[in-house]
Design a protein around this ligand. Sequence first.
Ligand code: HEC
Ligand code: HEC
Length: 171
Amino acid sequence: MKKIAPLTSAAMAAAVCMVVLTSAHADSGRAMPRNVPSAYTQECAACHTAYPPGLLPAASWNRVMTGLGKHYGTDASLEAATVRQLNQWLQDHAGTYKRVNEEPPEDRITRSAWFERKHRKIEPATWKLASVKSAANCAACHTGADQGQLDDHDLRMPAGLDTRSRRAWND
Ligand code: HEC
Ligand code: HEC
């Protein structure tokens, strides 16, 4: 027994460490990492929200970054070196926890099961308001979207919401 004890406590320590690491990762999962490359802010937030890397799995980011010439109906090409740098950063910070692990259709955050669940109370017409235009326009409703602040506390109602459609904001 005496011989097993150190091993057991080492294993315990490793297990505790794993739990701490895993939950730290899950908690910071949708926040923007501190080390955002300036090219990410300049290039990838020129047309839309700077999406936090934790919102898509690594394989989805890789497809997005290798297909920038045909990017959701537009051309978002960048120099090869910039593509490599940003792809590496996205891979390093991609979502790994369970609900982000599945690759959504079209590699869209907005098609992820978790996204649809979180927004199930939003009326279909709300996404089409002139003040919103698309579900991909996170900042229309999430005031801190570019900093990765996406929780319930940083919400605003886009202009033009009728009373019925305010339901999702009021609980
Ligand atoms: C020239 C404009 C432009 C640039 C630059 C651009 N995008 Fe996009 N991106 C778009 C458009 C347009 C869409 C589709 C938006 C929609 O459906 O409303 C899109 C959608 C996306 C989506 C899917 C959003 C969803 O529906 O969940 C991701 C992810 C994405 N872009 C990542 C990036 C990354 C990473 C970069 C930088 C390498 C980038 N984009 C640069 C125009 C751009
Ligand atoms: C039309 C407004 C609107 C748009 C656009 C929108 N959201 Fe939301 N989002 C909401 C509302 C309202 C809630 C709260 C829903 C509820 O509690 O029923 C929410 C909830 C969330 C939550 C859960 C917050 C929590 O604390 O549980 C996340 C994460 C989130 N949104 C991310 C995003 C991302 C990422 C985008 C863009 C790709 C986006 N949203 C686009 C309105 C919007």
